[in-house]
Write a protein that binds this ligand. Sequence first.
Ligand SMILES: [Zn+2]
Length: 138
Amino acid sequence: MKSGRQRRIEIKNKRAERAAILKSELEGKRYLEAKALSNTVVKANHNELLHNNTYGRFPDYYYDVVFNCVECGAAALWTAKAQKWWYEIAKGSIWSTASRCPACRKKRREEKEAQKRHMDDMANKRPHPNEAFFRRKQ
Ligand SMILES: [Zn+2]
């Protein structure tokens, strides 16, 4: 037969054990919920997708997608959040997907900007003082 003191210690230990399990479960659940909300699954808003002229079904959720860059072939991640931005805020076509990795996108954007700057410079350039000399003669 156990003494009252032994029994009390047993009960106390069991309670602590149960509390620890509950706490870890809760933390695990919170972690999964936070993870789901932050980067793996994002709910789609069909009203924001109406700019797409299609009879097809809109997605209910966006999921992270791994793809290979068309330029360098490196594996890249298109996050659910980025997809939501592209389809619903930037109003990208529902049929379009990411094709370039962040590094190649940056490189391409810089090249385009440099090209635009060059064209603007050319347009604003003062004409040569003897420009008629360079014109093709008819
Ligand atoms: Zn790339």
